[in-house]
Design a protein around this ligand. Structure first.
Ligand SMILES: CC(C)(COP(=O)(O)OP(=O)(O)OC[C@H]1O[C@@H](n2cnc3c(N)ncnc32)[C@H](O)[C@@H]1OP(=O)(O)O)[C@@H](O)C(=O)NCCC(=O)NCCS
Length: 169
């Protein structure tokens, strides 16, 4: 997992953001071209790296550096706690990569960013995401509405020292 770079990773971001499951479950970011994706990375993703020391990272295969999706930690204005997010390209789902990436992001959250809580949000019909969050040791807390007049989403949470924390602690 590594930081996204505007020009280098634009094509990967176009593919991830326009995946039908991403649009259905997360939303349509309106990013269609490499030029738009470069702006999106520069303005919407990269600032978090400097501000918080974490953000949405690119997930690559170790063997050949093939980009397979995005995963990372976000601090949104609408949520008090940092949340973990993930989205893989369809051909790389069902291999355990999302669990591996999200586990690594959460370990970074506990051990490097020293967070006391990590949350996650998902729409209620996203059964793959819910299963993954439960496998990560997160528990459903409540329904929340991040933006007025939009659909409610499920909020999951894990606490430092809880079962979602790494075994080394
Ligand atoms: C949500 C999402 C990231 C989950 O990805 P995923 O690949 O299904 O998740 P996992 O990494 O947990 O792998 C799932 C399956 O891979 C298999 N798997 C797990 N580890 C494995 C391993 N080491 N070797 C082989 N297969 C493995 C298992 O069958 C596992 O299913 P299980 O949970 O029943 O055990 C993916 O569906 C996605 O990108 N969706 C579209 C975008 C989206 O909705 N994002 C979430 C917004 S909240």
């Amino acid at each position: 997992m590594r930081e996204l770079e505007p020009e280098r990773d634009a094509a990967s971001i176009v593919e991830v953001l326009n995946d039908p499951a991403f649009v259905r479950n997360v939303g349509d970011r309106g990013v269609r071209t490499n030029a738009e994706a470069a702006v999106y990375i520069r303005e919407r993703i990269a600032p978090s790296y400097d501000r918080f020391g974490f953000g949405m990272w690119l997930v690559e295969l170790v063997a050949n550096a093939e980009p397979i999706g995005i995963c990372g930690l976000l601090k949104r204005d609408a949520l008090e706690d940092v949340d973990v997010g993930f989205s893989l390209l369809e051909r790389y789902r069902g291999c355990g990569y999302a669990f591996e990436a999200a586990s690594a992001a959460m370990t970074y959250g506990w051990e490097v960013a020293r967070l006391s809580r990590i949350v996650a949000i998902t729409v209620p019909h996203n059964s793959r995401s819910i299963a993954l969050l439960q496998k990560l040791g997160m528990q459903f807390e409540k329904m929340v509405q991040l933006v007025p007049d939009t659909r409610e989403v499920m909020l999951f949470a894990a606490s430092a020292g809880g079962q979602a924390q790494s075994d080394s602690k």
